[in-house]
Write a protein that binds this ligand. Sequence first.
Ligand code: PA5
Length: 423
Amino acid sequence: MIKVNVSRAPKARIAKSYQEDVSRIHNYIHNKTGEGNDFLGWVNYPQELMDYEFKKIKTIANKVIKDCDTLVVIGIGGSYLGPKAAIEAINGLFYESKVKIIYLGNTLSPTYTAQVLKYLENKKFAINVISKSGSTLESSIAFRLVKELAMKIWGPKRYAKYVIVTTDAKKGSLRKMVDAEGYDSFIIPGDIGGRYSVFTPVGLFPMAVAGLDIEEFINGAKDGIVNYSNENILENEAYKYAVARNLLYKANKKVEFFITYEPHFVSLAEWWKQLFGESEGKNGGGILPASLNFTTDLHSMGQFCQDGSDLFFETSLVFGSYQEDVIIPKTLVNIDNLNYLGNKPLSYANDVAIEATIDAHFQNGNRNNIVLEMPKMTTRSLGELFYFLMMSCACSAYLLKINPFNQPGVEIYKSKMKEILKK
Ligand code: PA5
């Protein structure tokens, strides 16, 4: 269970007066009575996944693992950030595996695209193209380019065995291509939006190829359903986090720094930014979600956090234990004067850094710091964390009277760009 500690966020002490609003929102989410109610499929989806669906994901993933050395995941926004965050959080950034996962279709950068295509020239790669609409420009262009290359490498007929499409059940160009070319495919349910889709094959298929235990991940999401479905504000940590954010927003803290303490959680923070930014940033309102990775960023942004403009609060994600650790050696020669840390684990230094930073920002800098406490990072607890954050986000947006599930602003740029390009 994740715990929301607001002891160092004095402006975010949970007020019981929020219960009425939270009860109304609870009803929106669980009985589908609020705005955006046709996008609440994620709430119970983990419980609805059937054994045959896991089996299909694993069978196709195993084919990729057996025949390929690379999987190109093509997608943007909610169609790639979830699996990337999960794979890095569990495997780290330097993991050995038969299949390397790379990402394309998340940019229009000609240089990056050209470099990825060059990298793929001598690889036996499979493609997982992910797009709910099937018409997002970035991913459509990338798919066309990579498909050409795949045809050259695998042959014009055989390449289709190594294309896996994740898209809507019926709508969009990608579904039409599945029907025309016979690609393997997975369904993104119509009632689940991109940023809430990590428990669907959007997340599960790349995770399975990366060797993650997808059943354990979904078990974690199910833990989330059990742990964060209580209407009572004092017994639901996901609602607590939403209320704490709302209190700070009202106290004029319009920016939130989501702070992680390990480099392999940077993509998790990117996913968190999309979740909250795209869900809440509407009608001239919402908290601006930003992220920092400490201790790295303490040496760049630490100054601002301690001493800069008073417009933000911090949310630190901390764990009771580490996935891996190293011992700092004690040496005979002590010119670097580090022997006071000799034979101590590096986790000791990181733990002290976390406490010292939160205290310095709180006591000396007068910052509010919400701490999200997780016992440990495992595949299962990661599933729970994703669920916790999605539930908090939905509640948080509804507290601002915002529909958490649409993204009208993103659609405007997409259609303007297409209009100009088609001229
Ligand atoms: O969260 C969202 O809905 C968006 O970020 C989409 O995932 C993103 O725009 C990509 O859309 P699509 O999956 O239709 O290609």
